[in-house]
Design a protein around this ligand. Structure first.
Ligand code: ADP
Ligand code: MG
Length: 387
């Protein structure tokens, strides 16, 4: 979806008021009744109708004719707009440039401040693949019956922001966090390529150990990235140093499945290096020994960033809600090509095993039959001898 920055500056205050009213109404209504919009905005009925028309024309809201009532729904465009307006009011950003990435759950744009300094704007789009799943889990969301994509995307942005800030403050190689509003994050631009796009590096061994050291450093601080792969590791164009991005799925090392996440991160790097650079090393971090090393180093001064983050406003409840959705991402994974092809391989293996078992049984039966035959013939010869 194209972002339009020109609109940012050309919206009347009444239009803004009505748009905000739709957003507020969305907290409890999937489709906000027009009467409620009138009520919240405090404007005249006729005025609101006209403004809704012009907002709908600009795709900031969408008219929905419900069986029970007519109303409006805030669109992604409208939500993007509100977030960008907040950022530009705070002078964090001024103009929007090209889109540089479409992640599975985000859109990434180059933006600039008033001085023309380039930054990166990440808009979270969590509902894109798991909206139906969220709807099925409504009881989890308590009163927020229509929490939906807006709420989930905002939670993802808040989580990513909390982690990026803490990691940056503690000297981890992550982009510089600049600002956050609703479902958006503004961060420093990295002049870098994703590792995925790199076919050659001067020393794969060096990069490999840098990345494994990073996993260990995260774990010593009580954290696991959770999606540590060639898409989320950027390599600086000049220095060749790695930069890590994408934190909405980070977990604490005290998470119940921490070891599984940790091993998956390690395995992602090993597999990638084996395939891309034909590099394989016997050295890679193990969860338990990494943690005990960390505890030794720590000596009680409490360098636990997972604790720092949950104290910084992104609490356990929010983390659990987000996680519920990411569980559903595994559902999507189970139906994805990668998974299906892996199960196909598995079923082939099982079939092969079954074939060999059948062959072995047949051979065994044949052998027994031969033995019985010889026995029988020897008995016969014995009988004929005695008679
Ligand atoms: P998603 O959560 O959708 O995977 P990411 O945060 O991983 O989104 O970003 C997707 C892509 O956008 C990355 O692979 C990278 O190419 C680009 N990107 C993201 N953040 C930056 C940044 N700070 N500087 C430069 N490029 C970035
Ligand atoms: Mg990513």
């Amino acid at each position: 979806m194209k972002l339009d920055a020109t609109d940012l500056r050309y919206i009347t205050s009444d239009e803004f008021r009505v748009l905000t009213a739709v957003e507020m109404g969305s907290k409890n209504h999937e489709v906000v009744p027009t009467v409620l919009i009138v009520q919240i905005s405090g404007l005249r009925n006729g005025g609101v109708n006209k403004i809704m028309g012009s907002l709908a024309k600009r795709n900031l809201v969408a008219k929905v004719q419900n069986s029970k009532y007519d109303g409006y729904r805030l669109t992604y465009g409208g939500y993007d707009y509100l977030a960008m307006r907040a950022l530009s009011k705070r002078d964090s950003m001024y103009s929007v440039g090209n889109q540089i990435g479409v992640g599975k759950e985000s859109d990434i744009y180059i933006v600039a401040d008033a001085e023309g300094n380039e930054m990166v704007l990440k808009l979270h789009r969590l509902g894109r693949i798991s909206f139906r799943a969220i709807k099925e889990k409504r009881d989890y969301l308590g009163k927020r019956k229509s929490a939906s994509w807006m709420y989930m995307s905002r939670l993802a942005a808040q989580k990513e922001w909390a982690f990026m800030k803490v990691l940056h403050e503690h000297g981890f190689p992550v982009p510089r966090p600049i600002d956050q509003a609703r479902h958006c994050i503004l961060m420093g631009f990295q002049d870098a390529y994703p590792l995925r796009q790199i076919s050659e590096v001067p020393s794969p061994g060096k990069l490999y150990s840098e990345l494994m050291d990073l996993i260990v450093r995260f774990a010593h601080a009580g954290l696991i990235h959770g999606d540590f792969n060639e898409f989320n590791i950027l390599i600086n164009r000049v220095t060749g140093d790695p930069v890590v991005i994408d934190f909405p799925q980070m977990v604490s090392t005290s998470h119940e499945n921490a070891e599984w996440y940790f091993n998956r991160d390690v395995e992602c790097i090993r597999t990638f290096f084996r395939r891309r650079f034909r590099y394989e090393s016997q050295l890679y971090p193990r969860f338990k020994s990494t943690l005990s090393e960390g505890a030794e180093k720590d000596q009680g001064d409490g360098f636990r960033l997972d604790v720092v983050v949950s104290a910084s406003g992104f609490g356990r409840k929010e983390a659990r809600i987000l996680e519920e959705v990411s569980v559903d991402r595994f559902y999507h994974f189970r139906h994805s090509k990668t998974f299906l092809s892996s199960t196909w391989k598995l079923s082939k293996m099982i079939r092969r095993k079954r074939v060999t078992t059948v062959k072995r049984r047949r051979r065994k039966r044949k052998r027994t039959w031969e033995r019985m035959k010889t026995k029988l013939s020897s008995m016969k010869s014995c009988q004929s001898n005695s008679s």
